[in-house]
Design a protein around this ligand. Structure first.
Ligand SMILES: C[S@@+](CC[C@H](N)C(=O)[O-])C[C@H]1O[C@@H](n2cnc3c(N)ncnc32)[C@H](O)[C@@H]1O
Length: 209
């Protein structure tokens, strides 16, 4: 018998219950990585957190033509809204990565409150260290320079994989579609939003190099 189980047996029941509630039940491991509230990011995030409005999230996934069997990655997942929406709306597996432990904690809470733990995994990671080859759809809301920096990793995605980027292009790669809207059903703001879509392997665009 493990020491922890032994201690639970000889500890008064109310203390054992409190301990279990605080420590969590080791027999049901979460699919999501634990995040320490107090822990600062391993390094400064490359871009600050700004959430994508929900109506743009919906449009990004629609443009990506998410279908059964897809695996959706969000690189810099913020509060996890893109991966949660992919799981809820399309029933697909999705993985969100963020370098900021606070965002990871928010994403995990979002995954749990939407009850999609069986489909969504949240990982604390620097997106520039990742192997992306398991993904068939990649969502981005970063910066133009960061999209370009990701190109060597994105180029290794399986042929036919879709990349969708909120607001920012990827110099040197010709999008197959660019969506623009100023409509804002959520009353978020009046500014224009763009969504760029590429399909792997993308066509080179020498004009933007
Ligand atoms: C503009 S927000 C987008 C959030 C979310 N994807 C959305 O569209 O709502 C960018 C996110 O990228 C994260 N981030 C910045 N640099 C990162 C890096 N090198 N690796 C992982 N995440 C990063 C930030 O912490 C932030 O949450």
């Amino acid at each position: 018998m493990k020491t922890r189980s032994l201690l639970l047996l000889i500890t008064p029941p109310f203390i054992a219950l409190a301990w279990l509630l605080l420590a969590g039940d080791p027999s049901t491991p979460a699919r999501t990585a634990p995040a320490d509230d107090s822990k600062p990011p391993a390094r400064k995030p490359d871009v600050v957190y700004v959430p994508t409005p929900q109506f743009i999230v919906d449009k990004m996934l629609e443009m990506a033509e998410v279908k059964k069997g897809d695996v959706v990655y969000d690189l810099g997942c913020g509060d996890g809204r893109i991966v949660v929406t992919a799981a809820k709306k399309y029933g697909v597996k999705a993985v969100g990565f963020d370098i900021n432990p606070e965002r990871v904690r928010e994403s995990i809470a979002n995954v749990r409150s939407n009850k999609v733990e069986h489909l969504v995994t949240i990982k604390e990671a620097d997106i520039f260290t990742l192997d992306l080859t398991e993904a068939s759809v990649v969502a981005l809301y970063l910066l133009p320079s960061l999209n370009v920096k990701l190109m060597p990793q994105l180029a290794k995605l399986k042929p036919g994989s879709r990349i969708v980027s909120h607001d920012f292009d990827m110099a040197g790669a010709k999008p197959v579609e660019v969506y623009r809207t100023s409509a804002d059903p959520d009353g978020w703001d009046g500014s224009e939003h763009r969504i760029y879509k590429w399909v792997v392997p993308w066509e080179k665009d020498p004009a933007t190099r």
